[in-house]
Structure formats: structure tokens, C-alpha cells
Design a protein around this ligand. Sequence first.
Ligand code: PLP
Length: 257
Amino acid sequence: MKRKLTDNVKRIEQRIEDACQRVDRDVSRIKMVAVTKTVSLDVIRNLLDVGVRDVGESKVQELDKRAAMIQEGLNRRTRDHGLPAIPRPRWHMVGHLQRNKVKALLPWVEMIHSVDSLRLAEEIDAQAAKIDRVIPILVEINVSGESAKHGVAVAATTHLVEQLNTLDHLEVHGLMAMGPLTDDETRIRLTFERVQELYDEVVSERACGPHFKELSMGMSNDFEHAIEFGATIVRIGTALFEGIEMNHPAAEPAQTE
Ligand SMILES: *Cc1c(COP(=O)(O)O)cnc(C)c1O
């Protein structure tokens, strides 16, 4: 499995590089988050072994459980077997987040991609204060119109970013968006272009703070287009696990609950 994973990672990295070259962007500005919701813990362990550090889950329960189990394994490896420490993974929460799950999420999460309301952000702020952390977050915007349930409206984004800047225990690192569920490349590109414009608007209106540098958009089917329009974080699942058994029950899209 390790060889297959290594090949897949290399292939995606190459595609990221090619996409950057086409639009004259610096490839070091793009980070890949491996979205592992469809694969087993064993696949995640192998991913870490081949050097992937940023992993994403779309459900709090899964993220918590998996992060705890992986950490336990890493501890055992150094403690009991004297093996060199592998850096711990950085866990990204990419799916819809409910306020009552925030507390359980915070001890493990590196970045929350899916903040779409002041109320949710206030809960993150309050819980983060209790454990003395400052949580990097992204504001999820609803641009495609299809996943109408989640994400803040385009017109409300700048104001929300301004409000979130007043919270001490979170940092707004940028925006997150999902492309439309379609093969229509024109529509995909128009959507990402709109997100890029919105990102630039937030920056030019000085609504954002110093950490506002990330644009999380692009998945297996559309990440090259996303890079064309300024993505700095691409969230890749399916394409990364091609040829590897998908045996996890949570193999369903995040946004259909
Ligand atoms: C599942 C998921 C991804 C990865 O999707 P693929 O099409 O498998 O690459 C990215 N972002 C979010 C929010 C997801 O839920």
C-alpha cells in the first residue's frame, strides 16, 4: 500500500506543480490536505509514513477518535520501541460543524475550515479560551448555491470576517469554498473566480487581520481550476486513494447530513 500511496501523492504533487506553472504561481504556496474520511486508520498511518502531515476529516467524532488512536500509536512507537518520533499530524476539520461538538474538537484540531456564523465562532472562541488555545479558522462561503445549507452568503462575508477579528481565541486565516457539483468546467471556473474576487475584496477592504492568507478550495475533481484562481489549500480525498481499498463506513460527502 505504501508504494501505491507514494505514487498517488507524487502524482497529485506533480499536478499541483503543473497547475501552478500554467498560471505562474509559486508551488510552495499550495498545501495539500489529505481528506481521509473514506479510508481506514491503517491508510492514514501509511500516509504519515510517506510524509503527508495535513489530514482532514469531515466529522468531529471521527476526527477525535482517529487523532487519539494515531497519537497513541505514535507515542507507543517512541516509548516502547525507541523509534525516532514522527511529527504529529495536523488535523483539519473540513466538514460542517455544530456548536455542541466544538468542545470535543478543539483539543485535536489544527484548523477549522468550516466556520460560517458568528454564533459558531463565539463558541469556538469560548471553548478555546478555556484550554488556552488560539484556533486558526477559515470562513466557509456558499458560492455554488447547491450546498445551500452551509456557508455564509457572499454578501455577508466581509462583515463576518470583521466580527470574527474581535474574538481573541481564534484567528481568521482565510476563506473556504466548495466548487459546484458539476463537470461543467466553465461553471466551476466561474465559481472559483468569484471566490477569488471575494477574497481580494476582503483584503482590499481591510476587513481581515494579519493571518488572512489562505484560500481553501479545490477537491479531487477541480483542484487544478482552484489553483488557477488562487487556492492555497487543496483538500484531496478520492484522487489520493485511487487503487486503495475504501473501506470506511463514513464514505459519504460531508455536506449531506
Ligand atoms: C470529502 C471532502 C473533500 C475531498 O473530496 P474528494 O472529492 O474525495 O477529493 C474535500 N472537502 C470536503 C469538505 C470534503 O468533505
